[in-house]
Design a protein around this ligand. Structure first.
Ligand code: WTA
Length: 664
């Protein structure tokens, strides 16, 4: 990874914290069930004992023999010799404990008043108990088996937010297949790429997904690329919207047909602790997404412990709601595996926060009496913009804890979240982690940690983080590169079929036992961590991780584009926004902007649509022909350009500046 020494310019606004601190509310400290101040010391003194304490809360088919093998870093083996099944831990054991009638998922459609159509849709609200979810999961597992899917096979999942999505993931876990979920907002092209990279054998999708009342076809989009996925044998289609997609004989199957025929009993496969549980593709420094691989026991241990302690979960009484999409790691860890392993009752919402109206989220919190709410700063900022009259119109007094994830939260949004949504009484847990870490790494513990708006505070018990300078020297107070210096159970084990890339990207900066996060961070006088932003070519748009290289290579795949350079600039709403500078291929590039923005949306997904396209005659390059993105960034944020004499043609800068201003 090409590590720059300073954070991307313009991102320093997040460093401007407030002086305010918020001690844990007394009423909260009193009721916190497991957050005992001693745990930090205990975990630091005996990390393996700490983690094995959590692993022991899981249900094992065969006990493990060794907590951790870290003799050849970064090769980590957690809970070696053990056998267990993730779906049995999420479902069967709760049913066996007499909690089968507890609601696992309170599902709410985009517009709950719209009865919709399609056989999978029984109204806009569904409440799925642990027993029901177990039965659905077993049927799906048998259905997959009937299609010839077994242990080690990769199954793609490209679905909207439905209980079926959760069942599909758990069904894979049940039979030892590896799920590869692709966020529903990604394009079919992205699905194709991710299925090709992982040699997926089957894909579970829906006929369509609802977007503001309108069905947007998914199956039809998949059809256009399915022929190019050589390993793909089957497509299973959830009939979400009743749109009658074309079905191809032998290859395509309706979910409900398969489930009707499937046996409701499917014993869980005893999986080795280190057997893969899933792959999740995420953006990296190069154009090619990285297939992060998580294994079974360590991952489950990490998400169970963090979900329980960070959210102070009381499964008997809490109504927990994570507003992320299942297609991201937050959904995997804190909609599916963490909450279900802990026996929680969760709200799952299909739609956007502002459809049909801008009070949709608050309506849901009031209706279900949500007690714990977890969302992203970008969503909080959007709600701020829509106005406090929307939350104020609802009774949000059931809330007792609020969480934030995905990007640095600016103190203004933090304070608004606390006052307007949390009524000043709910602690906020700002949780820092990544797809690679599997579980929350830096976070306050409610009832224990004094919080500061904008800081993710301190590492979770058992986690060791520090900040290094470019020479690898520890920075006690100040900014530098964030690293994790001790292995943890839910750490990624490899990049699927790219182990060398895994080592190079994360484990070579400072030694093979130091995990290179890819973020810059600062540590203050109290030892609190403040995440500044990425130090690689990854940008974070509305909490979504994107690679500037991926957008660049997409742009240059357009015949009208000769060259492109993509940067992220600070954006009040989305944290960062994409600006693309392009040199047209012949012609004058008139009216290219919209076409290119749509092109990127079509190729990658709407989330990658550049906010601005700036058409230029040339780009600032070094004498060796390398595009200097730093200069483009400085132009975009109006900063002093500094030394431009190393450029091949310093005149180009003036032209780019003019174009940037003109095309605003
Ligand atoms: C950023 C999402 C500041 C960070 C769970 C990280 C954050 C990247 C926070 C991972 C936070 C995530 N404060 N920055 N609380 N949470 N990030 O893999 O840059 O989609 O490296 O995982 O998001 O994004 P990913």
């Amino acid at each position: 990874m090409e590590a720059k020494q300073s954070p991307q310019s313009g991102e320093l606004h997040v460093l401007l914290g407030t002086e305010q601190t918020f001690p844990p509310p007394e009423h909260f400290a009193a009721q916190a069930n497991a957050n005992d101040p001693q745990i930090y010391e205990q975990a630091a003194a005996d990390p393996e004992g700490w983690w094995s304490g959590w692993a022991d809360k899981l249900e094992w088919i065969e006990p493990y023999e060794q907590v951790l093998d870290w003799s050849e870093p970064p090769f980590a083996r957690w809970f070696g010799g053990g056998r267990l099944n993730a779906s049995a831990n999420c479902l069967d054991r709760h049913v066996a404990a007499g909690n089968g009638d507890r609601v696992a998922i309170l599902w709410e459609a985009e517009d709950a008043d719209d009865p919709g159509s399609g056989s999978e849709r029984d109204g806009g609200r569904r409440s799925v108990t642990y027993s029901e979810l177990l039965e659905m999961t077993q049927r799906v597992a048998n259905a997959l088996k009937s299609l010839g899917i077994g242990q080690g096979d990769v199954v793609g999942i490209y679905l909207p937010m439905l209980p079926e999505t959760v069942a599909a993931m758990l069904a894979c876990a049940r039979i030892g297949a590896i799920h590869n979920v692709v966020f529903g907002g990604f394009s079919a092209e992205s699905v194709k790429e991710r299925m090709q990279f992982s040699d997926a054998k089957a894909l579970v999708t829906a006929d369509a997904t609802l977007r503001r009342g309108e069905p947007t076809p998914m199956k039809k989009a998949v059809d256009a690329v399915a022929g190019e996925i050589a390993t793909l044998e089957h497509i299973v289609v959830v009939d979400r919207c009743g749109t009658n997609p074309p079905m191809s004989d032998g290859r395509d199957h309706f979910w409900h047909d398969l489930l009707d025929r499937a046996d409701p009993d499917c014993p869980p496969e005893p999986m080795d602790s280190e057997d893969p549980l899933y792959i999740l593709y995420t953006s990296g420094s190069t154009g090619k997404p990285k297939g992060i691989l998580h294994t079974t026991a360590g991952y489950l241990t990490g998400v169970t412990a963090t979900h329980k302690l960070v959210f102070d979960l009381k499964p008997e009484t809490d109504v927990y709601w994570c507003g992320a999409d299942v297609g991201w790691v937050t959904g995997h860890s804190y909609i599916v595996y963490g909450p279900l392993a802990n026996g929680a009752t969760s709200v799952m919402y299909e739609g956007a926060p502002n459809y049909p109206a801008e009070d949709r989220w608050w309506q849901i919190i009031e209706r279900y009496g949500v007690t714990i709410f977890y969302t992203a700063p970008t969503a909080i900022r959007a709600c701020m913009k829509w106005g406090r009259e929307h939350p104020d119109a609802h009774d949000l007094s059931s809330l007792r804890l609020l969480g934030s994830v995905g990007e640095p939260i600016n103190p203004r949004a933090w304070l608004w979240y606390r006052e307007v949504i949390g009524g000043g009484r709910c602690p906020i847990v700002d949780t820092w982690w990544q797809t690679e870490t599997g579980a929350i790494m830096i976070t306050p513990l409610p009832g224990l940690t004094t919080t500061k708006p904008g800081s993710a505070t301190i590492p979770f018990p058992g986690i060791e983080a520090t900040i290094l300078d470019s020479a690898g020297k520890e920075i006690e107070r100040g900014a530098g590169t964030l690293v994790l210096t001790r292995p943890w159970p839910s750490m990624a084990r490899t990049l699927y079929r790219e182990h060398e890339r895994f080592i190079e990207t994360y484990w070579q900066g400072y030694g093979s036992d130091v995990y290179l996060v890819g973020d810059a961070a600062r540590r203050d006088e109290d030892g609190y961590f403040w995440i500044v932003g990425r130090i690689d070519d990854v940008i974070n748009v509305a909490g979504h991780r994107l690679s500037t290289m991926e957008v660049e290579s997409t742009l240059v795949s357009n015949p009208g584009v000769a060259e492109a350079a993509v940067i992220g600039i600070p954006d009040e709403m989305t944290g960062q926004a994409i600006v693309a500078f392009v040199i047209p291929e012949g012609g004058d590039g008139d009216d290219m902007e919209k076409e290119l923005r749509d092109y990127v949306a079509e190729k990658i997904g709407k989330l990658a649509r550049p906010k601005r396209i700036v058409v230029c005659d040339d780009l600032p390059k070094t004498r060796s022909g390398k595009i200097m993105r730093r200069i483009l960034r400085d132009i975009s944020v109006g900063e002093d350009l500094g030394d431009v004499t190393t450029l091949r043609d310093p005149e180009v800068v003036k032209d780019v500046e003019r174009r940037f201003a003109e095309q605003d």
